[in-house]
Design a protein around this ligand. Sequence first.
Ligand code: ZN
Length: 402
Amino acid sequence: MTLKKSKKILHMSIVIILLVILIAILSWLALKKSTSVSMENHEVPQITLTGDDVITLCSLDDYIEAGYQAYDKVDGDITNNVKVTKTDYFVYYEVTNSHGLSYGTGRILRIKDDEAPVIKLNGNSLISLNVDEEFVDPGVTVTDNCTEDVKVTVNGNVDVTTPGNYVITYEATDEHGNKASIKREVIVNKKDTKMGVIYLTFDDGPSSYTNKILDVLKKYNIKATFFLTNSGSDDVIVREYQEGHTLGLHTATHKWEIYSSVDSYFNDLSIVYERVKRLTGIESKYIRFPGGSSNTVSRKYQTGIMSTLAKEVEDRGFSYFDWNVDLEDAGSCAYKSNKEACVLNNFKNGLSKNRINMVLLHDIKSYTANALEDMITYALDNNYVFKSIDDTTPTIHQHINN
Ligand code: ZN
């Protein structure tokens, strides 16, 4: 073997060794690549939609993305890669993973209004009126899921001049033709022709407000009853008498001590009895107990005094009168911001035509004087007549509690 030949063999061996190494490296790389490909799944990524698959909308503009998430086994969360495409009927979501595999899903948009408007009555579903009373329709309130453009039609009318039952139907129609309706019943009542009787009884006066009260009574030619004390002006008592009102006795001092004994009561009563007699010649037989016969304050002064006095006054020829309508003008109305309204309201609510109305008022209260004309016009409009106490008047006795 020549040196030249052996060199050549050495070169070839090195080349072969290098080739073997190269093949080994390439094989290793190929193996590595094929292993990693099999780890990198051949599975498509997934998209999960939040919300409904089918969404009904009034218009496409109303669509608010309800949300989605995309996940790939190898890439992990790929939500940010999701492409969202919106058409008139469809929202399409598509995502591709790092291996080039894609997945798509979507949801359907129904551009449709099939919801009826919501219609509600303003005011009561049943309205009751007296004949010839004005009817003001309180109307309805309408809302709709899609539009503010809702037409309301009203069917049926109310003839306030003819008593009867009327039905009003309100129908709401939205711009897509969905309808809703609601009814209201209106009853027009016959004129209340039943008469009622009112006795206005004023306690604790006379006072500086009594003349105003007398002016109003005079204007309407109404006679009332005054349960007098020893206060106020003699002239007012004379005027009450001259204008035809009934003069009753309430006690002179109106102090609770009068209930200490039978004598203390009658001693006090006699002072106002004599006052009235001196001014008018009238020997009044009509009494109202301070606090009424049902008062319990008197217990502090003598147990059983009201039972005793109730019998005793009658034995002595008097009649005592309590009341069945209390305007609270010396009670709760005194603490209200609108005292006149309070008094008037108690008057209206207290009246009944199924009995006489013995109304307790106090002519020492300015707001009672102020409210009197409204009370009278209300009562006259509602077929009440006014009377003053006389011997034929029912006494209206409350339950005695002491
Ligand atoms: Zn009184």
